[in-house]
Ligand binder design. Structure first.
Ligand SMILES: [Zn+2]
Length: 1019
């Protein structure tokens, strides 16, 4: 039960046995008289009972308050007089100060059956007494304990002096400890005792049960190493003995002179390398120097730093360890929780809701010591700790004593440092602004503002790494304001700036540094569990029970809104069968057996996580549900029959990264190949994408040549086109079959209304297909649906019929996808548009997924065909656009071709790059007017006339209505585009207009208009 909490269990001893009271009057200084508590105990193992007498010697002038309500009291005497008190009042006895020394004697008994108390047990397999087993005082005392145990038992308690006698066939042991304590503990059992020495002739003992005896040697060896390590680091171990004691109960406690480890704990193979060192170090801090409870708990942070963190640092993993701690802290602690380190005392590990407080008390505290070391330097850090240990050994100490040691040794005023880290509820949130790379005096020159986003700035030394093409520079920048400007000359072009790459600062991590984790979900403010059906809900009932005490909303799939999806952390039960999960992550590809917990970032909101859960049956869920809380740092977990098979943390950025200059990529032209030789390679693929910038004529010429070449090699060819939506397929087919002419085709497919680009860009390709009987496949989704998704921010508000048209499985979580779409979103004006990014992202994915689905449908029906896909360049990206979405659905060989014109091509974006000569279409023939469709009457309204254009010169005015071009009636803007398409060679056209006249009604005019030529690039 407590093995996960091992690092801190030392605390629990304090908590349960001592700090139960409001803080006591503290006995400071050794010259003051100290009460002495003599306890003598006998056991009746068969009946799990202890019978004991406590004799307390109370010095003159001192009062004491004793708590007894956990004991059966038979008699209480003070100075020989029986205290005649009603039983009720005996639960808590206050003895007032007197002029002379006083003697209190209490006789009592208690029963601890196996399983009746978490920390106490009396049985013939062993005795453990670590909680509420004698009268507890509100002040520190000196203890002397005498016990009688069976002769085959070994007995252990806090002691520097141990005396053993045999009396009547049993063993009597007396323990004396010369330093004041709040509480003592006692353990006994049929132990095998292994004794050695360490350091300056001190005693090292292992007490293990016979069945675990083979573990003793390993524990002794590692304990000796830890004792030596910390003696060297801090000074001599404060006691004459250290024992490792195995416990029948599951604990991980560190008491003065020994550590008490549960049987299940000692058997874990990693304990000797982790927790044992932590518990040994508590001999110096926690027990040697005690915690002054009025000043908060510094003990766990320091111990965690010098043990756990330090062991990882020994293996070169210090920064990874600290990052893990910061990720955890960032998941659980928010400034509005009002938790300060200065106020942290203790939180029991089994208390739910204690996670944020523990994160402050352990993680932030350990980071404080790390930052202190960074600030004063390694030597001063160690010397300060030595001075602190020496000065405060055997006495209570608080943060102010630590500050005093560090200030005197390092000769530094650390007031601000300690104040800000102990008293503030927020942690620094850093950023970079106005970052600029320029050229100064022959070298690159970098300037930037380092920003603190907090309301009040911190005083910080911020490590920043600058990665240049030649070397890496690491500097500490001291900041104390909200914005500080820094400038530096660099030896080479910088390509990245990284704030705190080694995790040396307690700070808010940015999104890219945070892997999606189970902790993130547990700590999220708004959490939704999405249930696909009641039947499936039942399978996951054990998990839902575990989640019951954290605040989650449980919703059916059809209750979830777009705002829920983009505003919360999500958990999808039965991910493979969950429609909403499929709309964001396609199929999760989880193993069919066992239980899988797959944590991703929510693609609609990177500050939230989305969790895909799959399970074979209810037993698989029940087998792990209660233990999942121990796997908080992972992103992917797979269990079979309750056993962990896979655990993984998704990669994330190291440090807060900013990209600077990226030098262009290049190709060695001596390696470039002829068109034919690349075509010979392309002929090996079944599915070939030729990406285009829609208005680049060069791209379309390249598409045609590739089609022509592949057709010659094998006429079994189809062409997929983004330019036509799926419902227009019948019109396309009729045109290809010569059932309609080009004009009708353009009109009925609404080419100019829906696609708008100059038809001449595609005309040769379409006519090539038509002439050679090649099928054209309309790939795209109706623009109207995509627009709705964009505007409404998701798909949940679409009509049932529209939703039917969408592919069910859509993957928004593809690596790199979001970044690519985000760049496009920002380039298209981002926030200025009606929809938000979440809608934009989903709309983009709908395009790619629909086209992928149409391609796959076609190739599945025509497996012998090769297909050339003609789409915009954004849709051909090898890693994130259509190709991986096709691959997910159908195994098919795919190649991506792009033209070099216009943009840099990354190696990962395409397979083949062509370099085309510049080419352009002759300008498109225009009238020189802006037009608008009329709703209720024939013709098209002129809304503006281009100055000095053909229309103006011919006398066409605003509000004229165009009725015909060269006697062909027109009724929509697209009709004029179609009509003008055929006027490429003409100088003028005859335009029939209707004009309203003031007072004289309407008249119809026939006007000859000179044609304006406009390049097709300027649409
Ligand atoms: Zn600890």
């Amino acid at each position: 039960m407590r093995k996960k909490c091992l690092f801190s269990t030392f605390l629990t001893v304090f908590l349960l046995s001592s700090f139960i009271f409001s803080f006591p009057a503290w006995v400071i200084g050794s010259d003051e008289a100290m009460p002495i508590h003599n306890i003598s105990v006998r056991f009746d193992l068969q009946n799990h009972q202890l019978t004991a007498t406590s004799r307390i010697e109370l010095p003159a002038g001192m009062n004491i308050n004793l708590t007894l309500d956990h004991l059966y009291i038979s008699q209480t005497k003070i100075n020989g007089q029986v205290v005649e008190t009603a039983e009720q009042e005996m639960k808590n006895l206050l003895f007032s100060a007197a002029d002379q020394d006083q003697e209190i004697i209490i006789t009592y008994s208690q029963v601890f059956e196996p399983g009746s108390a978490p920390y106490d047990l009396i049985s013939d397999s062993g005795i453990t007494l670590t909680d509420n087993w004698y009268p507890i005082a509100d002040r520190e005392m000196l203890f002397k304990l005498t016990v009688q145990v069976p002769k085959n038992f070994e007995a252990i308690s806090e002691a520097e002096d141990i005396a053993t006698f045999m009396i009547d066939g049993s063993k009597q042991v007396t323990f004396r400890f010369p330093h004041p304590l709040y509480a003592i503990n006692f353990v006994a059992g049929p132990y095998v005792k292994t004794k050695e020495t360490f350091g300056d002739n001190k005693t090292l003992v292992a007490y293990f049960f016979a069945e675990d005896q083979q573990l003793a040697a390993g524990y002794l060896q590692k304990a000796r190493q830890y004792l030596e390590r910390y003696e060297k680091l801090l000074g001599p171990y404060p006691y004459s003995r250290f024992s490792i004691v195995e416990n029948r109960l599951p604990t991980g406690f560190a008491m003065p002179t020994y550590t008490l480890l549960g049987q299940a704990v000692v058997r874990l193979p990693f304990i000797v390398n982790t927790s044992l060192g932590h518990e040994v170090l508590h001999g110096w801090f926690g027990n040697g120097v005690r915690m002054d409870p009025r000043q908060g708990n510094w003990v766990e942070g320091l111990t965690t730093y010098l043990a756990d963190q330090s062991f990882e640092a020994d293996k070169g993993r210090g920064s990874t360890y600290r990052k893990g701690q910061l990720v955890k802290y960032n998941s659980f602690v928010r400034p509005d929780m009002d938790l300060t380190l200065g106020n942290f005392s203790n939180v029991a590990h089994n208390r739910s809701g204690g996670r944020p407080a523990r994160a402050v008390g352990y993680l932030k505290s350990a980071m404080l010591f790390h930052m202190l070391r960074e600030k004063v330097g390694q030597d001063a850090f160690i010397n300060s700790l030595r001075e602190f240990y020496n000065r405060k050994k055997y006495t209570p100490a608080g943060w102010s004593d630590i500050k005093e040691s560090f200030e005197s040794v390092s000769d530094n005023d650390l007031t601000t440092f300690f104040d800000q880290w102990l008293d503030r509820t927020d942690i620094p949130a850093l950023g970079i602004r106005k970052i600029e790379v320029s050229e100064k005096e022959g070298t690159p020159f970098l300037s930037f503002d380092l920003i603190q986003q907090n309301k009040e700035p911190y005083e910080l030394g911020v490590p920043i790494r600058i990665v240049t093409t030649e070397e890496t520079i690491l500097k500490r920048f001291i900041v104390s304001g909200k914005s500080s400007t820094f400038e530096l000359s660099l030896p080479a072009v910088p390509h990245m700036l990284i704030i705190d790459p080694g995790y040396d600062l307690m700070r808010t991590l940015v999104n890219d540094e945070l892997p999606p984790t189970w902790s993130h979900f547990l700590g999220a403010q708004d959490k939704i569990v999405i249930v696909p059906s009641e039947e499936l809900e039942n399978i996951y009932a054990p998990l839902l029970e575990e989640l019951a005490d954290i605040d989650v909303r449980i919703l059916a799939a059809d209750e979830v809104t777009d705002t829920d999806l983009s505003g919360s952390s999500l958990l999808f039960l039965a991910a493979g069968e969950n429609r909403l999960s499929n709309s964001l992550f396609a199929e999760p590809a989880h193993p069919a057996e066992g239980f899988t917990l797959d944590i991703r970032k929510n693609p609609l909101n990177q500050d939230q996580v989305a969790i895909l859960v799959s399970a074979a049956d209810k037993e698989q869920v029940a087998g792990v549900a209660a233990r999942l809380k121990h796997y908080g740092k992972y992103s992917y977990l797979h269990f079979v029959d309750g056993r962990i098979i896979i655990k993984r943390i998704t990669e994330s950025d190291t440090g807060q990264q900013y990209d600077l200059v990226s030098l262009p990529q290049g190709i060695d032209t001596s390696r470039s190949q002829s068109f034919q030789s690349i075509m010979a390679k392309l002929a090996n693929y079944q599915l070939i994408y030729v990406g285009e910038s829609h208005s680049n004529y060069e791209d379309h010429k390249l598409q045609l040549e590739i089609i022509r070449d592949l057709y010659k090699r094998d006429p079994n060819l189809a062409i997929g086109m983004e330019m036509f939506t799926r419902p227009t397929q019948p019109v396309l087919d009729r045109y290809l079959n010569n059932e309609i002419d080009e004009k009708t085709f353009l009109k009925e497919s609404h080419y100019f209304e829906k696609w708008r680009f100059d038809y001449r860009l595609y005309r040769d390709i379409i006519n090539f297909a038509k002439f050679n009987n090649l099928p054209l496949v309309a790939l795209n989704l109706e623009k109207d649906i995509v627009n709705q998704v964009f505007k409404n921010g998701g798909t949940t508000t679409l009509s049932e019929e529209d939703r039917e048209l969408l592919p069910i499985a859509r993957d928004l979580d593809m690596e790199g996808y979001r970044q690519r779409i985000e760049t496009a979103y920002l380039m298209h004006g981002g926030q200025g548009q009606t929809g938000d990014f979440s809608g934009f992202l989903q709309a983009q994915a709908l395009w790619d997924e629909t086209m992928a689905e149409t391609i796959v449908d076609y190739l599945t029906e025509h497996p012998d065909k090769r297909m050339i896909v003609i789409v915009g360049r954004g849709h051909v990206n090898k890693d994130t656009a259509i190709p991986p979405r096709v691959a997910r659905r159908l195994p098919v060989s795919q190649a991506v071709v792009v033209n070099s014109i216009g943009s840099q091509t990354e190696r990962q974006a395409a397979d083949f790059v062509f370099y085309s000569a510049h080419a352009g279409l002759p300008p498109f023939p225009l009238l020189g007017v802006m037009l608008k469709d009329l709703e209720s009457e024939p013709g098209i309204m002129v809304v503006a006339v281009q100055p000095k254009g053909g229309a103006e010169q011919a006398g066409i005015r605003e509000k004229d209505v165009i009725l015909a071009i060269d006697n062909e009636p027109v009724d929509a803007v697209e009709d004029i585009k179609i009509a003008m398409l055929y006027k490429e060679k003409s100088d003028s056209v005859s335009v029939k207009i209707r004009r309203k006249q003031f007072l004289f009604g309407e008249k119809t005019l026939e006007i000859e208009v000179g044609i304006v030529r406009q390049s097709n690039k300027e649409h």
